[in-house]
Design a protein around this ligand. Structure first.
Ligand code: FDA
Length: 305
């Protein structure tokens, strides 16, 4: 009960634009460095280099979502291009993740599509893969439609499927037929029960079913979770079915499950860490805290830092 309330409060704080602006002004604090690599691109690249040294790959995400104006969307697109340039010129092993609402999905669908084309064109020149993150369920259909359109032109693009959504088995079936590169996650947004399973057990069993479905398809699967039990089941199943190593990888968020990441690397598994960076750290940080309100003690400890 208390935990549910805290979760609601944290998610609401993360969505509050005025609070985000205020936090942005004061630089990164509250212990957010645990989950966010830094505010600038150079810190992000240094983090990717360090992760590469630990045997891990990375995907960089310049934080920001729900562009409020055409200027914000243009700025976000420019930052994606700069991130691709930095990945290429630094020689680190990483790719790019992005959110369509940061490119103005809600403002101007055509402009958003044009930004995506420019980003995917630059990424293709460098041989860098781009992942379209999945946002709340209201944007799911539009995200999948745009992915479908772009993936015909650019093979180096992938999308995300959220196990908590009731529609996901159908969506994944269509993606599997096209050999799509899919990151499978549990889902991070607050959704109504007719849209998403409210019970964690249902989400977990849906996750495993979806993972097995996509691993058996022609597609590539990014198993993105810190859930050790689910990862254990997936590993057993992969071994039983003889799924080749070049058809899947494990993904985790920066600052979470490091011990598990290291164990997987030691076992020879491909592990990619999602590395967020940028000045808009507050909303992302609140979502990570909401997943585990017990982490609040950590915020209190770092109140002034
Ligand atoms: P679960 O929440 O059951 O956690 C399993 C265990 O992980 C916990 O018991 C705990 O030990 C640890 N853990 C989880 N969260 C933690 C936290 N915040 N702090 C400390 N420990 C924590 N979602 C989305 O909707 N769209 C997207 O595009 C993405 N993209 C994405 C990329 C990658 C690489 C990952 C790993 C995740 C996402 N997500 C996402 C987020 C995802 O939907 C989900 O919210 C989180 O991964 C948390 O769920 P778990 O799968 O870890 O399981």
């Amino acid at each position: 009960m208390m935990e549910a309330l805290l979760r609601k409060l944290l998610l609401a704080a993360g969505r509050n634009a005025a609070l985000s602006r205020l936090m942005r002004k004061h630089g990164m604090r509250l212990g957010a460095r645990r989950y966010v690599a830094g505010t600038g691109l150079s810190e992000a690249i240094a983090t990717v280099r360090r992760l590469n040294g630990e045997g891990k790959l990375a995907t960089l995400d310049h934080l920001g979502e729900y562009a409020g104006s055409a200027r914000d969307a243009a700025r976000a697109a420019e930052m994606c291009l700069k991130t691709l340039d930095a990945l290429h010129h630094s020689g680190v092993d990483g790719n790019l993740s992005l959110k369509l609402t940061s490119l103005g999905l809600d403002l101007d669908m055509t402009a958003c599509e044009n930004y995506m084309r420019a980003i995917l064109q630059r990424a293709a020149e460098y041989g860098i893969f781009v992942r379209i993150d999945m946002e709340d369920s209201k944007r799911c259909e539009r995200t999948l439609r745009l992915y479908d359109k772009l993936s015909g032109e650019f093979p180096g693009v992938g999308v995300v499927i959220q196990a908590y959504l009731r529609r996901s088995p159908e969506d994944l079936k269509a993606l599997g037929c096209h050999g799509a590169n899919v990151r499978l996650v549990k889902g991070a947004y607050k959704e109504p029960p007719d849209v998403a399973y409210p019970d964690k057990r249902d989400v977990d069993s849906a996750y495993l079913r979806l993972a097995m479905t996509h691993l058996s398809s022609e597609g590539y699967t990014a198993i993105a979770t810190h859930d050790e039990i689910l990862i254990g089941h997936a590993r057993d199943w992969i071994a039983q079915q003889g799924i080749p190593d070049n058809r899947y990888e494990y993904q985790m968020l920066y600052g979470i499950g490091e011990e598990l990441q290291n164990r997987l690397v030691k076992d020879g598994c491909k592990v990619r860490v999602y590395v967020p960076f940028g000045e808009d750290w507050f909303g992302y940080f609140m979502r990570r805290l909401a997943e585990r309100p017990a982490n609040l003690w950590f915020v209190l400890k770092h109140w002034r830092k």
